[in-house]
Design a protein around this ligand. Structure first.
Ligand code: PLP
Length: 393
């Protein structure tokens, strides 16, 4: 590690471009005074978990998602688990998941004994390829867990058709999806349920947190009980359950962050445009777009590095940027199915290889964006990339 850092320093020449680290995902905080007021309220009430702030957060989220129901969760990983159980999936079932995603998508299922079976993705959107998914449907396949990766919606209509043909439960990992649309409708209301994440460096944050959104009353009823030891509103233990409740403190942050979502959207959109302009014409470097004709949250700024054209591999660019205090992140590399627990057992998890997931994982690099990054920062990052890409004139 020390050696490569020194090599990077040597080849990059001068002092680092930035003296302070520039992060990919600094939290979007919102109005601190509003947050403090909410915390004071919780302390005054002495009601610290699963109380009025959680309820208010759930109502606000259901509005954004356009759904009838919302069940707040301690994080999205637990949210996917509870949604899977509430949707009727059980241990031993197989669920189709994309190879290109964050490891939590697969881990959430595997941890409760549901087998994630990896499908390839469409390279342009990064989302699960319905055609490949259909070819992998087998006797134990019971569901599909699509991921709206980087806020790009899955091919929801095609997945719904495929699910209808094979009687599958459709769930969505919408960890990146809040504030985005599919065919003009908000992400959140599709499939049996969708799951948002409010981890600290997601677009909307509640320190840690998540939510299940759905229009299905039965799924919502079971999910609400299952997150609280299986206890139903009439105080009966009606289902096996877990403890995955959201605290009032987290809901205070979530509400505050959500209130400023439109400001985050504007900042991210401006950042996106500025990066595109700054990197225009750099050979082998392209800025990924979210879906055309949809509302996008631009929560991630992803470039793709075409190594032969750029004259530099993504890994090397990542290393040089990091040395310059631009803390870029190779989201998501390795692809999920290439990670040890899954790659070691292809007979259980994956019909290897998944060439499009792997190619994408080899090219992507997330750059700093969000409300903490200034236009000047972006100009300097773009200028730095121009200097680091050998084939840029
Ligand atoms: C962040 C993330 C998760 C997990 O969310 P947590 O709230 O941290 O559990 C799941 N899937 C994807 C695609 C993510 O990016």
């Amino acid at each position: 590690m020390e050696q490569t850092t020194n090599a990077a320093r040597h080849e990059a020449g001068a002092a680092p471009e930035f003296t302070e680290p520039l992060h990919v995902g600094r939290p979007n905080l919102g109005d601190r005074d509003r947050f403090r007021q909410r915390i004071e309220g919780a302390l005054d009430r002495q009601w610290l978990t699963d109380g009025p702030l959680v309820l208010e957060f759930e109502e606000a989220l259901a509005q954004v998602a356009g759904t009838t129901y919302c069940v707040a969760m301690c994080n999205a990983t637990a949210g996917i688990q509870v949604a899977a159980r509430a949707g009727g999936l059980v241990a031993g079932d197989e669920v189709l998941v994309p190879g290109f995603t964050w490891v939590a998508t697969a881990h959430a299922l595997d941890w409760i004994g549901i087998v994630p079976v990896f499908c390839d993705v469409d390279e342009a959107s990064g989302t699960i390829d319905p055609e490949h998914a259909e070819r992998l449907v087998g006797p134990r396949t019971r569901g599909i867990l699509g991921v709206h990766v980087f806020g790009h919606p899955c091919e929801i209509d095609r997945l719904a058709e495929l699910a209808a043909r094979h009687d599958l439960v459709v769930l969505y990992d919408a960890a990146h999806g809040i504030g985005c649309t599919y065919r003009g409708l908000p992400i959140g209301g599709f499939g049996a349920a969708e799951v948002f994440s409010f981890h600290a460096n997601k677009y909307v944050n509640s320190f840690e947190g998540g939510a299940i959104v759905t229009n299905d009353a039965a799924v919502a009823h079971r999910a609400r009980a299952m997150r609280n030891f299986g206890i139903t509103p009439d105080r009966k233990v009606a289902f096996p359950g877990t403890n995955a409740k959201l605290t009032e403190g987290a809901a205070a942050m979530g509400l505050t962050s959500l209130e400023s979502m439109m400001d985050f959207a504007a900042a991210n959109r401006d950042n996106h445009g500025r990066y595109r302009a700054g990197l225009a014409g750099v050979p082998g470097i392209s800025v990924r777009r979210q879906a055309a004709d949809e509302v996008a949250n631009h929560q991630y700024l992803i470039i793709e590095v075409d190594a032969p054209v750029a004259g530099i591999h993504r890994d090397r660019l990542h290393e040089l940027l990091t040395w310059n205090n631009v803390l870029s992140r190779p989201y998501f590399h390795p692809a999920c199915h290439q990670l040890l627990p899954y790659a070691d057992r292809p007979e259980r998890y994956a019909p290897l290889p998944l060439p499009r997931s792997e190619a994408l994982a080899d090219r992507v690099l997330a750059l700093p964006t969000g409300t903490a990054v200034t236009p000047e920062d972006i100009d300097r990052v773009a200028g730095l990339i121009r200097r680091l890409v050998p084939n840029a004139s």
